[in-house]
Design a protein around this ligand. Sequence first.
Ligand SMILES: [Zn+2]
Length: 299
Amino acid sequence: MLVDKDMKCLICNSGEFVCIHKGTRDVPHINVMKCQNCGMVQLDCRKYNTEENYTGGGMLKNTYAAVMDITSDMSWELWVQETERDDDRRYSALKELCSGKKILEFGCGNGGFLKRIKSVAASVTGIELMHEAREKIRNEGIKVFKDLSETDEKFDVVCMFMVIEHLNSPCTILEKIYNALNPGGTLVCETANADDALIVKYNCAAFEDFTYWSEHVFLYTSETLARLLTENGFQTKQNTQIQRYSLANHLYWLSEGKPGGHMKWVEFNETNMNKVYESELVKLGNADTLWYVGMKDLS
Ligand SMILES: [Zn+2]
């Protein structure tokens, strides 16, 4: 057991960790640590996760190697295409909740979700660090700020999709979001699952080498995410999981050690089979994505 005297667990403040993976895909000397007390997974170094990396679009470039320069319309279009499936899924899941409400998306990326939810919401606002993305979204008629402090508006629903794992100080941000919500308002938080089946069931080394990244500084499970959010004032309304990637994606990882199997092995993309596979993974707590909905007190 490795006892790191400097690092404390985000959730339980314990100093006792084990190293579950040496190195991230971009920085070899960062270790992925798991709290021995509560199971929280966090990196032992957060200094590579800088604001500049987001404002300049470096994070995006690391995510989508093909999207190198979003000032070009071509790359912007490619990025918009890449997120379509997730934007559609989130829209379907949230259109009822967001109907007639004031919506804020914290970390709105290319604005794909806001553009969709705008059709049913009372108003939509985005927060986005990346300069170029803010400009593009603004040109499409959506209100967007770099920082939450730039608006005094209160919101009914705040969404964070694949953002919380990037935050060096999640509690500070959650407090600001809580204060920006109207009483009875809702927070929707989506993030990757630290207990993904490829890691904890299949022990897929290639996937572990690929998925751990200097910018995902905290990695949550359904349990640790709910604990963080309830400790920051939210009442849990829904705490479930989603499987974004298909069985073919998993089989390909296990056979070839590479991503993209959901597009390459389309012969395994039978809808019902994937639905059953997803529901089994969710039951086990090993789906790839966490979906948490919390409420701010009415008082
Ligand atoms: Zn802990």
